[in-house]
Ligand binder design. Structure first.
Ligand code: TYD
Ligand code: MG
Length: 458
């Protein structure tokens, strides 16, 4: 009789424990432990993706590093430059890439679209979520077809590997990893042990056959991929597809990459016929307007390695309730409260009796601290009901004592602002060191403190 082992897994981070816990000792979440059957008593060899056809090729011995022969990674270049960019220059042969995103954000669309465009690559798209008809309908919507595109609606890894052996694809896309199940594990699809096992099987397949595999994974509401963090260690690259469902823009971000930088990102727009690459994101994120409006300030931010100009909108009104309201969309609320405190204490503005609403246009979320200065100016502009010229932009971090702090890659930010036709940019005085500003035609205004910004602006 086969022996069944069970263990308790945290469904949030994948922590394994022999007994049930109320609070996960690893991630601190409550009530996340579920008992899962871990493994039937089957030798590891049989679980191999090749189903034990060949003897194990792994007879490795110790080798000196200098004896290792390196060769350039083989890469498949896709027609999608944004995807190539986030992967560090194309799809690496034999790599395992995890793509996370909230349901409905467009993961299936992105990869179906890419697979349909790769006309010379035999691609297998494995879907455990949608039927063949649904995928065909989506392909019709994207208006693309490809002779080399194959479809499999199956969830058992054993069947999948049998089909893969027959087809010999050059690229495999799995949509989604949460729907797969391995017959060697008893727990339900989507559970930590299933996800871990199916990913391990696909990893062995990718490495041994040198076929790149994309795993699509749903993200939990707190933003961690597939719940269990375990997957992130097992794969070569982790990408995250994010954006606000109510807006058209989507950002594909690199979280981890063994073959390139993690500071890359790709920007797309969801249209009626699939995703469109956005090559000049700054232009679309700044709303085109004729008349001057108070409460609007443009920030020269960086998203990874790309400069991105975004519009900050603020509304400051007399508070009607005892406790003033503060709302921020696309910006950290605590950071907003901090900036308001700086304005109150260092600038003598009375935000304590005002409701404050802040919004980053375009539905994107900005983490770059250089946006602080634009947020501050948008707040001041709305407070004073005095519009800032649309030809001015800002880039600087605001410190607790009201000082404007230096930010990284200032030259790139200034160059982007100049390219988009801005006439003035406010930066930190501390950013001036060692940089030759005479090469820019845009006027660079260096400021040291909040009060100085206010004087130069209004
Ligand atoms: P989908 O790729 O199914 O998301 P995911 O796989 O991440 O769950 O995309 C879902 C949304 O995209 C859906 O609400 C419809 C929309 N969509 C478009 O707007 N245009 C299109 O051409 C396609 C195919 C989808
Ligand atoms: Mg999907």
């Amino acid at each position: 009789m086969s022996k069944i082992r069970t263990a308790f897994f945290c469904q949030n981070c994948g922590y394994e424990s022999a007994k049930w816990n109320g609070k996960c000792p690893s991630c601190g979440e409550w009530n996340t432990f579920v008992e899962e059957r871990v493994q039937k008593d089957i030798p590891q060899k049989q679980q191999d993706w090749k189903n034990n056809d060949s003897p194990s090729p792994r007879t490795q011995k110790i080798i000196n590093l200098s004896e290792v022969v390196t060769k350039d990674e083989e890469r498949i270049l896709t027609p999608d430059n944004e995807l190539n960019r986030v992967l560090g220059g194309g799809i690496v042969a034999g790599s395992l890439v995890l793509v996370g995103g909230e349901p409905g954000i467009g993961k299936s669309t992105l990869f179906l679209q890419n697979a349909l465009q790769l006309k010379h690559i035999k691609t297998l798209y494995i879907s455990g979520e949608e039927s063949e008809q649904q995928i065909k309908m989506r392909a019709d919507r994207i208006q693309n077809s490809n002779e080399q595109f194959y479809l499999l609606t199956e969830t058992s890894t054993q069947t999948i590997f049998q089909e893969i052996k027959k087809l010999q694809p050059q690229l495999v896309i799995v949509d989604s990893i949460q729907t797969l199940h391995s017959p060697f594990i008893e727990s339900a699809p989507g559970s930590v042990s299933q996800i871990r096992e199916t990913t391990a099987e696909l990893q062995r397949f990718a490495k041994e056959s040198n076929t790149p595999v994309f795993l699509i994974g749903h993200i939990t509401k707190d933003g961690s991929i597939a719940g269990p963090k375990v997957l992130e260690h097992m794969v070569d690259t982790v990408l995250q597809f994010e954006g606000d469902q109510h807006y058209a823009y989507r950002i594909l971000r690199t979280i981890k990459n063994r073959f390139g930088s993690t500071a890359e990102l790709g920007i797309y727009e969801m249209t009626g016929t699939g995703l469109r690459q956005v090559t000049n994101p700054s232009e679309i994120l700044i709303s085109q307007r004729e008349d001057l409006l108070s409460g609007v300030a443009i920030s020269a931010t960086m998203e990874g390695m790309r400069p991105l100009l975004v519009e900050v909108q603020a509304l400051v009104t007399q508070s009607v309730y005892g406790t003033p309201q503060r709302t921020a969309t696309g910006f950290d609320l605590r950071r907003l409260q901090l900036l308001l405190a700086v304005l109150e204490k260092r600038g003598g503005f009375h935000f304590g009796v005002k409701d404050v609403f802040l919004n980053i246009a375009g539905g994107i979320r900005v983490e770059d601290p250089a946006i602080d200065l634009a947020v501050l100016c948008a707040l001041l502009s709305s407070y004073e009901d005095n519009a800032i010229s649309p030809k001015i932009c800002f880039s600087g971090e605001v410190g607790l004592s009201g000082e404007i702090r230096a930010v990284n890659r200032i030259e790139q930010r200034i160059a982007e602002a100049e390219k988009l036709g801005f006439e003035k940019i406010f930066i930190s005085r501390y950013n001036k060191k060692g940089i030759d500003f005479s090469k820019f035609h845009i006027e660079v205004i260096a400021v040291g403190r909040v009060e100085e910004v206010y004087q130069r602006l209004f």
